[in-house]
Write a protein that binds this ligand. Structure first.
Ligand SMILES: [Zn+2]
Length: 348
């Protein structure tokens, strides 16, 4: 779904590039920031740059082309720029997740290891750490460096984190660990203190819009979804899925709000997550209407609607069942002509 081009995160990318050029890459790093802003893609591109075997034309051959948001003139003037080639065996294997020295540790890795359903791997366990530790102490097979990217590393259990301490403190030679996290406060202080932390902020709406457009989402949809995204591409894509699902519903039916709630996922944590996104869509749409309308009475009504929806969102955070919250919010918004689909607005 995602394009490999990295957009945004200029400060982080500058720091990573400086580390590469100085050849002083910290062995253990945490990439922290909200979900869906591109931390994993940056980690993968970083791993490519570390191991790219393409012969570099310049003497300083460690570099990283992560400056997609610079203009062309700036890019050309950057004499140290040598991007991961994306063509050598190393780059190609990293791209498809098949490089023997660049391991992605995540729920899939654990599910495969434990012979369990991937969807049930909510936490990364000590067995998983023990397994990849074995690889960490072996010699690299293809490239000079080994890179372990631990996705959702904030789900590592306390036991698993403790099992990683020695690796993080005294990593085997030419081995790097990148822990991807959206809640670094779940790490033990002993883990945090051993890692170099890179903070990823939210992307701008414009950047999210551009990433969506590059991934074959129409310009109209990309523009609207980016407003809901809170700076995260994942949120925008989740919103898209929900809106496509819900826009098929007949808004003239008296059952409309109940149909929405009946379509929430069965697992309660997923239902709550989706309900949160639905309320965000309703809030953003109400806000958009509020700022474009001139009639003062209607403006007051919409302002009150925003207040009420915000109140419902608070209930959701207090573990009230999502079903009645969504039904109430959807029926109140419908009274003001605000629905959950997004095609109609642009294509009617
Ligand atoms: Zn390469």
């Amino acid at each position: 779904m995602y394009s490999n081009k990295i957009l945004g995160h200029k400060n982080v990318l500058n720091r990573l590039k400086a580390l590469l050029l100085s050849k002083r890459i910290p062995p253990s790093m945490i990439f922290n920031g909200r979900q869906g802003v591109g931390k994993f893609i940056v980690a993968k591109e970083f791993a490519k740059s570390i191991n790219c075997s393409h012969e570099k034309p310049q003497e300083d051959n460690l570099s990283l082309d992560l400056f997609q948001n610079q203009n062309e003139t700036e890019k050309k003037s950057d004499s140290n720029e040598v991007k991961p080639c994306d063509n050598c065996q190393s780059c190609k294997q990293i791209e498809v997740g098949a490089h023997p020295d660049v391991r992605i540790i995540d729920s899939s890795f654990q599910g495969f290891l434990l012979d369990e359903d991937i969807k049930k791997q909510k936490k990364l366990k000590i067995d998983t750490v023990r397994e990849f530790s074995k690889y960490a102490y072996k010699r690299p097979l293809l490239s000079e460096h080994k890179v372990f990217i631990v996705n959702d590393a904030d789900t590592l259990t306390t036991e698993a984190q403790n099992a990683m301490l020695k690796l993080l403190e005294e990593p085997p030679k030419n081995t790097f660990f990148i822990l991807i996290s959206s809640q670094k406060n779940t790490f033990l202080p002993t883990v945090l203190s051993r890692c170099h932390i890179m903070e990823f902020g939210p992307l701008s709406n414009e950047t999210v819009e551009e990433i969506l457009a590059r991934n074959n989402i129409s310009l109209d949809e990309a523009a609207l979804l980016s407003k809901f995204s809170g700076g995260a591409v994942k949120t925008a894509l989740d919103m898209k899925t929900i809106m496509e699902k819900l826009q098929k519903l007949d808004t003239s039916s008296t059952l409309y709000p109940f149909k929405i709630s009946s379509m929430l996922p069965k697992e309660s944590y997923l239902a709550r997550e989706e309900a949160r996104l639905i309320l965000n869509i309703l809030l953003t749409k109400t806000h958009q209407k509020w700022i474009t309308i001139n009639d003062s009475n209607q403006k007051t009504d919409l302002k009150n609607l925003i207040k009420e929806t915000l109140k419902l969102k608070t209930f959701l955070n207090q573990n009230v069942m999502p079903t009645p919250i969504i039904e109430l919010a959807a029926s109140e918004c419908l009274k003001h002509g605000i629905t959950l689909g997004f095609m109609k607005k642009y294509h009617e």
